[in-house]
Design a protein around this ligand. Sequence first.
Ligand code: HEC
Ligand code: HEC
Length: 307
Amino acid sequence: MRNRFRILALGTASVATALGIFAQSPQAPPPAAAGQTPASAPPSGQAPTPGRPHVFNSGEPRPQEDPVVAAHGKALYGINCQACHGPDLRGGDMGGPNLLRSQAALTDHHGENIIPIIQGARQAQGMPNIGLNNDDAGAVAAYVRSVIGTIGSQGKPPGEDKPLNIVVGYATRGQAYFAAHCANCHSATGDLKDIATRFPEPRVLQTRWVTGARTSATAGAGAQATVEVIPTLSTGGGPAVSGDLVHIDDFLVTVRLSDGTERSFKRLGPTVPRIVVHDPLERHREMLPTYTDENIHDVTAYLVTLK
Ligand code: HEC
Ligand code: HEC
């Protein structure tokens, strides 16, 4: 997880926008998202227990979410959360837990639990600060509640883990998409010819191709970003230093040298010292926000045929 997140958090602008992951200055506690039922609204006439949040029972009717807000939240979820929490919110290969079982999500009324988590409250536990503002985070929370609501009303208690078939796309369309967007780097008869044998579980395969990243089992192998730091006169000069990229943000860059030692450099400005990052997975991250659900389903349907 730690390793994965470091790779995700490489400080290029495209990464930051694609995943919305940026160290942010602390934010004020979020107000309720606009247009939503206030927290105190008792769901079915009963007064909420003072001092304790009302906990929805499964199947209990929930307030309807504003469909426009929920749709906006769904789009944001696809970009910012899906890779880790899965397309169906039931958890993903990259370590995000099942949100349909999350107490925080199940008891959320207007974002009061979910928004702080999106904004970094659980960083110590491995959930990054996604850096969405209150309105956007509130919309994602509304979407999460709307999905939980659907499950409740169908009488399926959340937490009943049915294996979901995620291979619902069209392989031929996926093949065409692959030819247009992936074939300049990959080949169905070359490096990916047995990808479905190596990743027989479609969900794992899907996360794999969406992120391009290694699963924790193989973390560290390949696809490592490298960096060259070229000191300038104002940083004391000296020879350029290059190696594996350990960490980069606006203030600091850390390089692992070939002998295993690490060196950190203060960043006095965007080009002081000069920094050249080579990240083999940059293209994967740039593409992330461009996929539609259909693209993702189609490409997965195609890749599962490569055995
Ligand atoms: C890089 C992976 C990653 C991304 C991206 C991510 N999460 Fe998480 N999330 C996690 C992990 C890991 C945890 C478990 C943290 C913990 O144990 O509390 C978590 C926990 C949560 C929880 C609390 C679950 C519980 O245990 O009750 C919520 C709610 C949540 N995430 C929502 C979101 C939303 C919404 C987004 C997108 C805006 C998002 N996450 C993006 C990894 C991620
Ligand atoms: C600009 C080049 C580039 C493009 C375009 C690209 N990828 Fe990748 N992809 C990579 C690199 C680099 C890796 C990491 C390979 C490694 O570590 O061996 C990777 C990894 C992967 C992996 C994991 C491979 C493995 O052996 O585990 C899959 C699957 C994958 N990409 C699928 C795709 C798909 C599908 C597309 C198109 C939607 C795509 N890639 C577009 C460069 C690219």
